[in-house]
Design a protein around this ligand. Sequence first.
Ligand code: 15L
Length: 280
Amino acid sequence: MDTSKPVLLTGASGNLGRMLAVELAAAGLTVRLTDIVPFPDPLPPRARFVKADLNEALALVRQAEGCQTILHFGGVSVERPYEEVLGPNLRGLYHVYEAARREGARVVFASSNHSIGFHSRPVGNEAKLDADCEFRPDGYYGLSKAYGELMGRMYWDKHGVENVNLRIGSCFPKPINARMLATWLSYGDLARLVLRCIAAERTGHAVVWGASNNPATFWGADHRERIGWQPEDSAEAYRAEVGHIVSDDPVEERYQGGGYCSIEYSRQGGFSPRRSFDLE
Ligand code: 15L
């Protein structure tokens, strides 16, 4: 990758975007920031901000001009009705990938554990989930993330657009419940991961679990070696503080996606306390 060329960051005004904008600039990169809402902080050195809607193809194409990498953190970031997810997360992704194709840029996509949220959590010594597992989205948001990963698959196979899909667990300043002892990704580990995604020589189509070095992790093999990244932080340090914080909802506690799985859950017969449904 030519690191002298700028990096485009969508979703720059969100929590992760704001943190990344600072870290990317501190690493010496020239960043172009974009979001549908204004950037709330002072602009980092060499950065510029342009307000743009992911629904507008031309806006993305203009922003991406001359960029080496598009860090796609924009769009709806929580479970919402289908019609709200559709524009930013599906059409928006297409605009990002078309802009990347035009520029010969790499895409780093903020995917989510909610693309696989309906996998059960491993119990005891049960095998961890590898990144090539079946998609089991836990809502329209998770479905849009699975679509984004598949879009990356297609653009690599068909057009040679490199992409790294970060299947992010829970990226917050610190874990806030027992589930996050498995899913937490520290800000520092995310920033280092994104910098590696930019710097890596070749990535092809890669999927990396976005979680810190958590002993309680749900997740196993992925393509991190290709990127040259290893997480340094661990949620375990917070066990005493949050390890007892669980819900009384069996659906939330059974599945990896947690509370997202319970939103409008209406499977006939309700939740079965058995480990497996007869038909998965
Ligand atoms: C996500 O994908 C969301 O963006 C974030 O707000 C959290 O809900 C996170 O997943 C999680 O699963 O903890």
